[in-house]
Design a protein around this ligand. Structure first.
Ligand SMILES: Cc1cc2nc3c(=O)[nH]c(=O)nc-3n(C[C@H](O)[C@H](O)[C@H](O)COP(=O)(O)OP(=O)(O)OC[C@H]3O[C@@H](n4cnc5c(N)ncnc54)[C@H](O)[C@@H]3O)c2cc1C
Length: 493
């Protein structure tokens, strides 16, 4: 241990990324490291990022987080998926639910059987065979040792950072308050040596984690890593966020409502609702975006609306020299599928697994960067799908989205699905086959053909199999309490 080269870790920034890194590192490697986090109350955090995906539960498990304590502390609600309204076409709605649909076999995925059954008048809607979707639509929720619901959370971003901070400080992380005004580098290598604060305090480190948000104070402003711009595919560059009082019981899902030149999120928490409009400034002004959002929110506003500007894309290398970036400093692919917090969590897990105890190693850095990039590219493609594959042509924005060129990786997926309904999850893909299928079909991509595995069953067998799945789900949903009721009970102090 005395030979350990990298011992002193300095985390710059204390938003969700900074405190997630601090909590995970201190919990897992705390006894081997000396961890300091610097944040500036004066600068503050981005203060959005409130919808998550189910992988957060695995991450929390790794950190030993008690679910009830976490939910109470962050005013969290449960999330079973996302309802997409007006995306495939005006007045259309579909669900991207987190669960599995029906029962797949080694030969093929369930939707192939369903398509054949549907063509023969033997099946209901695809969503009838998804437990999470049916529970979400019914506004029901329950979790127990026997419940198989796959779920995530909606959480208050500010409270989440506070919760993780408490954990981190409890595990020995030192917090330094102050604005970083200078980044000192070793003259010949360019490695970062220390961060200097406005007060003159100097914080030295061996490894620096850049969690300073969009600006990337270390990774970009200092190390000039470079940015790969994806705005040709994802032209959204602005968001307007506002919080409102809750007027209705909390829904167990996020609402994503497409507008003429963007889309709106509605995230129900226990103490309020998070709202926002994501838009492209080429098609709509901030003022008109504000009107579009305010015409579609309910309840008294609790905060002043804030415009947040961003450029979709990614840092060319998220690990450069002795600096690893996490969170918004790595880039941003817009929040449509709530993937950023997941990427932070995966980034820190990867860093823990590849931790450079013995010093920086080019092969290791390259490996980390390649893995991070592949993960992000498949998420990017999934998001682009929502814009490209639409029947909407009621505005210049949607017409341009339909006409845009897309990456070959996505074009291949669409072609594969369009002909024979094949979808796949590659090893580095976050999204499962059921996610791709729900969004492709939801956005109006109807395959011409499908695998004929369904024909191996008789009509009676097919009816029995599908009917059994559907009625089991219906019974289970029937027996569950309303989400709000469960939430109130579950989170009662
Ligand atoms: C509109 C929008 C909606 C989003 N919705 C979702 C969502 O639903 N789900 C999801 O998973 N993600 C979402 N995200 C992404 C999510 O918000 C971020 O991934 C997450 O909040 C992490 O942000 P961060 O910690 O990287 O940056 P920030 O929150 O910006 O934190 C940066 C930190 O660095 C500090 N800092 C900066 N400069 C200095 C300095 N010079 N000295 C000292 N400290 C400094 C700041 O004080 C702050 O503590 C959304 C993002 C946007 C823009």
């Amino acid at each position: 241990m005395e030979n350990q080269t990298i011992k002193k870790v300095v985390i710059a920034g204390g938003g969700t990324a900074g405190w997630t890194a601090a909590a995970a590192l201190s919990r897992q490697l705390g006894s081997l490291l000396d961890i300091t986090l610097i944040e500036s109350d004066q600068i503050g955090t981005v203060a959005v990022g409130e919808a998550t995906i189910p992988t957060i539960r695995t991450f929390h498990h790794l950190l030993g987080i008690d679910e009830k304590a976490f939910m109470r502390a962050t005013q969290a609600s449960f999330k079973l998926g996302i309802a997409f309204e007006d995306w495939g076409g005006l007045d259309e709605r579909y669900f991207h639910a987190f669960g599995q649909i029906g029962k797949s076999t080694w030969m093929g995925d369930f939707h192939h059987i369903w398509m054949m059954a549907k063509a023969n008048g033997l099946a209901g809607e695809l969503g009838d065979y998804c437990f999470e979707l049916q529970a979400a639509e019914a506004g029901k929720f329950a979790t127990s040792e026997h419940s198989k619901l796959n779920y995530a959370y909606h959480l208050d971003a500010g409270l989440y950072a506070r919760f993780l901070r408490q954990m981190s400080e409890g595990n020995g992380v030192s917090r330094v308050e102050g604005k970083i005004t200078k980044v000192e580098q070793v003259a010949d290598t360019g490695y970062i040596e220390a961060l200097v604060l406005e007060s003159g305090e100097r914080v030295e480190g061996d490894l620096f984690i850049d969690c300073t948000g969009f600006r990337g104070l270390l990774i970009e402003e200092t190390l000039k890593t470079g940015y790969e711009d994806w705005s040709e595919y994802l032209p959204m560059d602005s968001a307007l966020a506002v919080q409102t009082e809750a007027t209705d019981p909390a829904l167990p899902y996020t609402r994503s409502i497409a507008h003429e030149s963007g889309w709106q999120w509605r995230i129900p928490l226990r103490h309020r609702v998070g709202n926002g409009l994501v838009y492209c400034s080429k098609y709509i002004s901030d003022e008109d975006a504000r009107t579009a959002l305010f015409d579609n929110i309910q309840g008294k506003t609790l905060t002043e609306p804030r415009v947040i500007n961003f450029k979709t894309g990614c840092r060319r290398k998220v690990w450069t020299k002795n600096c690893v970036a996490l969170g918004l400093s790595t880039g941003f692919v817009e929040p449509l599928e709530s993937t950023s917090i997941h990427l932070i969590q995966n980034g820190i897990i990867r860093l823990i697994q590849l931790f450079p105890f013995n010093g920086m190693d080019d092969a290791l850095i390259r490996h980390y960067n390649e893995q991070s990039k592949e993960e992000l590219v498949s998420i990017r493609d999934f998001i682009i799908l929502h814009y490209k594959q639409t029947a909407r042509d009621d505005s210049a924005f949607w017409r341009d989205q339909q006409a845009m060129d897309i990456p070959d990786t996505l074009a291949q997926r669409i072609a594969l699905f369009k002909e024979n309904a094949h979808a796949y999850q590659a090893p580095d893909d976050l999204f499962r086959v059921d996610s791709w299928v729900q969004v492709m079909m939801g956005q109006g991509l109807v395959p011409k053909g499908y695998h004929h595995m369904g024909a191996l069953m008789s009509t009676e067998q097919m009816q029995k199999a599908l009917g059994g799945i559907k009625s089991n789900i219906a019974k289970a949903v029937e027996s569950m309490p309303p989400h709000q009721q469960f939430l109130d009970q579950y989170c009662a102090d």
